[in-house]
Design a protein around this ligand. Sequence first.
Ligand code: THU
Length: 133
Amino acid sequence: MKPKDLMVQAEKARKASYSPYSKFAVGAALLTKSGRVVLGCNVENSSFGLACCAERTAIFKAVSEGDQEFVAIAVTAGKGHGAAPCGACRQVLHEFSPDMWVYFHDDDGGIVRKRVNALLSNGFRLHARGGKR
Ligand code: THU
């Protein structure tokens, strides 16, 4: 699927955004290795710190439905609003598919294409320590 086509899906997902506090609506469309497109939007809360970004909504939906490998994600806050994924979302994407593509708008309405491991170098991985302290 072309970046532009996945971005159209992200724009659709954005319409469901619950963002009465920031008034910053974000949509994401996640392409799984199994060929599904899973949509996500940001979901805010009266307790501001509980907001969940569109990218994480999409990833958590997909994982809870059995998909753990991803090809690409498109993210948009609307054309003309550059919206690269936040650091927390980069780490969550990295957990599952460090080499997946991330598509997001630049400020001029163009689509930027980067791999997660380029957006987040040396992403954290938990290695078991064999019980030693
Ligand atoms: N937001 C996202 O959905 N994705 C990001 O990568 C950055 C920020 C949301 C969270 C919050 O609802 C609003 O944008 C303002 O920060």
